[in-house]
Design a protein around this ligand. Structure first.
Ligand code: PLP
Length: 469
């Protein structure tokens, strides 16, 4: 061998890692040409939510309900007890939630927003304030729909695209204290605490911060309600980043996180490793009775809440698998793997990279497009045309309008989210994703903005339509 060849095949100094599972069943994906993709994105009004999934090569739209279930979960489906009332799967699910999350009572819902609806209607009164560590679309909608006003109390660092802060999801207790002094604790039914804050880029909250928040709120008689959607991913970051937690199991960290709160809403479609499902879990019995009265009207009987028996069984199994260290470390490392590549290549992304997604910073990727011309929306559409990779906008379109003034919000962060389904794509897919983004970055000057031609009233990012400027 020549010296040059030998250099090419040098052994790496560290061992690679690989997926902690093997493939038992496959789902073929359709390969399309660029011309076909150009047609389908135009037909979809340059909104990736309106694309047919058939026309997508690698789908990073969301990690919601897109996970691959394990053989044990598929087996659990066969154990479905599809009785209208009192299904054994319900009791198994409740016991599993009590065991791993530690709350006393569980109300099943069809997905996360069903739980948010019930919690908001049960706890928020007209004129209340609901402070939270950054908004999430459906969470904030339900809080405001119930008459509350969302107040952002996340640390300033979270609104910066690049930072070295390892817990960008933390609550700023001074911001909370300022609000309490301004409006009074009796106007604050609860603090809405999200773990691995989605809109900040999947950024964790430290255990220390949660402990301090809990102490503050207990002192002032304010409840803390957890958005537990990605609490297990958050637990992984605490284990690997926060001093004093390295030896703890993911399960024990999850339980400790929940212990600082009074209840939780959960989208089981994320951490729960299932395709549909959710729940509200709480410790207060009075609230539980209220929630059970509501669930029968909006979701289904209080022993299924919109889920089939088999879904509840698969969720119980999913929770047990999700707290497995090998699984969760693979999950987060896959995202970090792409993040490191993009950072090495000088592509502007939100840093540090979070747990479930890579966020391209559209303001720096496309500095020539003004925010009013929807740079992130445009970037998501362009990436689809370039490679068939489907992503979504998290910027001015998602932020929507101020309900009182009707003005557009202009969020600091104008991002495109590449969200990773759990256990679905391999490391080779990851290489293609990173290379596709890099190819598009080389051609970024050719990309122009968009104008919105249809704007739905609620959660506009789902259905808005655009045309090229
Ligand atoms: C997905 C999500 C929700 C809403 O859950 P759905 O199951 O989509 O209704 C709420 N909060 C966060 C942080 C989420 O990521």
């Amino acid at each position: 061998m020549t010296g040059e060849k030998r250099a090419k095949h040098q052994r790496p100094t560290t061992r690679s890692w690989a997926e902690p599972f093997k493939i038992k069943m496959i789902e073929p994906i359709k390969m399309m040409t660029r011309e076909e993709r150009e047609k389908s994105i135009a037909k979809s009004g340059y909104n990736t939510f309106l694309l047919d999934s058939e026309d997508v090569y690698i789908d990073l739209l969301t990690d919601s309900g897109t996970s691959a279930m394990s053989d044990r979960q598929w087996a659990a489906l066969m154990m479905g007890d599809e009785a209208y009332a009192g299904s054994r799967n319900f009791y198994n699910m409740v016991e599993t939630i009590q065991e791993y999350y530690g709350y006393k009572f569980v109300v099943p819902t069809h997905q996360g927003r069903g739980a948010e609806h019930i919690l908001s209607q049960s706890m928020i009164k007209e004129g209340d304030y609901v402070p939270g560590n950054m908004y999430f679309t459906t969470t904030k909608f339900h809080q405001e729909h119930a008459g509350g006003k969302f107040v952002d109390i996340i640390i300033d660092e979270a609104h910066k695209a690049t930072s070295s802060c390892l817990f960008k999801g933390n609550v700023d207790l001074e911001k909370l204290d300022k609000l309490v002094k301004e409006v009074g604790a009796d106007k604050i039914p609860y603090v809405s605490l999200e773990t691995n804050v989605n809109m900040a880029g999947g950024q964790p909250v430290s255990m220390k911060n949660m402990k301090e928040l809990s102490e503050y709120c207990r002192k002032h008689g304010i409840a803390v309600m957890l958005d537990a959607t990605r609490a297990i991913e958050n637990a992984y970051f605490i284990k690997t980043r926060e001093e004093g937690y390295a030896d703890r199991t993911i399960a024990s960290l999850l339980k400790e996180i929940c212990s600082y709160t009074d209840g939780a809403t959960m989208s089981a479609k994320k951490d729960g490793l299932v395709n549909i499902g959710g729940f509200l879990a709480i410790n207060d019995e009075e609230l539980f009775v209220k929630a059970k009265n509501m669930v029968v009207v909006y979701e289904g009987l209080h022993t299924y809440g919109g889920m089939a028996g088999r879904d509840m069984e698969a969720l119980a199994q999913g929770i047990r698998e999700a707290v497995d260290y090998d699984y969760i470390s693979y999950r987060v490392k896959q995202v970090q793997y792409i993040g490191e590549k993009l950072e090495d290549w000088g592509i502007p992304i939100v840093t540090p990279v979070g747990g479930h997604a890579i966020y391209l910073d559209a303001k720096r990727f496309l500095p020539h497009i003004a925010q009013k011309d929807f740079p992130a929306q445009r970037l998501a559409a362009a990436l689809y045309v370039e490679s068939g990779v489907r992503t979504m906008e998290r910027g001015i379109v998602s932020a929507g309008r101020n309900a009182e003034t009707g003005e557009n919000y202009h969020p600091e962060l104008e991002l495109v989210r590449l969200t990773f389904p759990r256990r679905v794509y391999t490391q080779s897919h990851c290489d293609i994703i990173a290379e596709s983004v890099a190819d598009l970055y080389d051609k970024r000057d050719e990309i122009k903005g968009l104008k919105m031609v249809y704007e739905p009233e609620n959660l506009r990012f789902f259905q808005a339509r655009f045309e090229l400027l």
